[in-house]
Design a protein around this ligand. Structure first.
Ligand SMILES: Cc1cc2nc3c(=O)[nH]c(=O)nc-3n(C[C@H](O)[C@H](O)[C@H](O)COP(=O)(O)OP(=O)(O)OC[C@H]3O[C@@H](n4cnc5c(N)ncnc54)[C@H](O)[C@@H]3O)c2cc1C
Length: 394
């Protein structure tokens, strides 16, 4: 396994950077929004994604027979991290999660319908697993899917659904077989977001990320829009979460923030003395910088372990990466607030504040990193059980 880019990969990275220099405007990229992977929420951002599609950069790692290019995962990683570093929308949900899960488990009909739309940046998804009584324990979801003639009727509620207010389709888990064990009674469906009977109510959260409650009132889903097999939904969701824990929690925004923090430390003074001479600050910065390198390598390790699209994603590597990278993101946010002192409380985008007011935003946003996609405790449970063979916690 290589930790540095090969000449071909470096050439691709340079091409991506040149493309971004040309096409990223203030409407498309904003590093101050932090790691907002899912912000394909305005016409300029959608247009930007279509430009990426025109370059043939969406689905590069997918199999050729399904519209991809059979490229190694590292190319997708280079692209996604470059986008994230500039605060742009990323390829995560469509290409990285739903597309890859449909490639493994979707029917030919769903593949034919959705994969080309994903490759052409014509569709955005929202992902609905969490419910008021099913967050960490996603297998406890109770949204009811009742079998009816020609399809399913869904009733109940989801919560915390990011993107539901602008997405086109809803990727949603529901309880189709209440008599089976909780893991075997869940099925996965695709539903148009503007479907009659779906009601979306905004739920703003810390870090300015808008999530949503979604209510289902007799929402009919035709049989064709059941993903894979009835009752296997939780298995697909678990795999999709493995992909999410890597794809949606990019490392480069943390690296980029850390660079901004180091620049600040080099120039700032505290109580009349240069901050760079404070031994505590120096030690902390050196530790964060070392940990950032660890997170980078863990990301590459996931890419390496994931291998070709179509394989089962590596669960333990995904959890280890997510745990470490998101806790690091939070530690960098905390250090930004600490080092900036009282002025660190100024709102983001305050031009004369330390680091343009980013500390307060990073501090608020990085809380989400350790919750969304499965909280840190859940990642530790997975590592302990699946990675180390320790018993389930009680
Ligand atoms: C900004 C944001 C965006 C989100 N977007 C989405 C989305 O698009 N789609 C979606 O489906 N969900 C989404 N979520 C929901 C997210 O996945 C859940 O919040 C998360 O899984 C935790 O669930 P919970 O909030 O119900 O907390 P709980 O499950 O109630 O957990 C509360 C606390 O208990 C701990 N805990 C729970 N069980 C255990 C255990 N077995 N062992 C040890 N500790 C435990 C948790 O770690 C946590 O600290 C989002 C959440 C946020 C904050």
């Amino acid at each position: 396994m290589e930790f540095d880019l090969s000449p071909e990969q470096q050439a691709f990275s340079d091409e991506v950077e040149a493309f971004l220099d040309e096409h990223v405007t203030a409407e498309v990229g904003d590093v101050c929004r932090e790691n907002m992977a899912q912000i394909v929420d305005t016409p300029p951002r959608r247009a930007f994604m279509r430009k990426l599609a025109e370059r043939g950069w969406l689905g590069m790692t997918w199999p050729k027979e399904l519209g991809g290019q059979d490229k190694e995962g590292v190319y997708e990683y280079i692209l996604n991290e470059a986008l994230a570093r500039r605060g742009c929308p990323q390829i995560g949900k469509g290409v990285g999660i739903i597309g890859k899960t449909l490639i493994r488990h979707g029917s030919e009909k769903l593949q034919k319908e959705f994969l080309p739309q994903i490759l052409n940046a014509q569709v955005e998804f929202a992902v609905g697993y969490s419910e008021p009584q099913a967050g960490s324990d996603a297998a406890n979801m109770q949204l009811k899917a009742e079998k009816v003639d020609g399809g399913w009727k869904l009733n109940g509620q989801k919560t915390w659904t990011t993107s539901a207010h602008f997405a086109d389709w809803y990727w949603v888990g529901a309880r189709s077989d209440p008599d089976k064990s909780k893991h075997d009674g869940i099925s996965l469906f695709l539903i148009p977001m503007d479907h009659e009977g779906l009601e979306v109510r905004g739920m703003p959260t810390i870090g300015d990320e808008l999530t949503n409650e979604v209510f289902f009132n007799d929402v009919f889903v035709p049989d064709d829009y059941l993903v894979g097999k009835r009752g296997s939904g939780f298995r697909y969701i678990a795999e999709a979460l493995d992909l999410e824990r890597f794809t949606m929690f990019t490392y480069s925004p943390t690296e980029q923030r850390l660079e901004e923090l180091v620049d600040y430390v080099k120039g700032a003074k505290r109580d009349g003395r240069p901050l760079r001479e404070d031994p505590g600050v120096r030690r902390q910065i050196a530790q964060l910088s070392t940990d950032a390198e660890v997170a980078r390598v863990m990301g590459l390790k996931f890419v390496h372990a994931a291998g070709q699209v179509g394989k089962k994603p590596p669960t333990v590597e995904a959890s280890k990466y997510k745990l470490f990278a998101t806790q690091l993101s939070q530690r960098v946010g905390n250090a930004m607030v600490d080092f900036a002192g009282a002025d660190g409380q100024c709102r983001v985008h305050t031009e004369d504040a330390p680091m343009r007011g980013r500390p307060e935003m990073s501090y608020r946003y990085s809380v989400i990193d350790t919750i969304g996609g499965g909280a840190s405790e859940i990642q530790k449970n997975i590592i302990a059980r699946r990675g180390l063979g320790l018993p389930k916690n009680f």
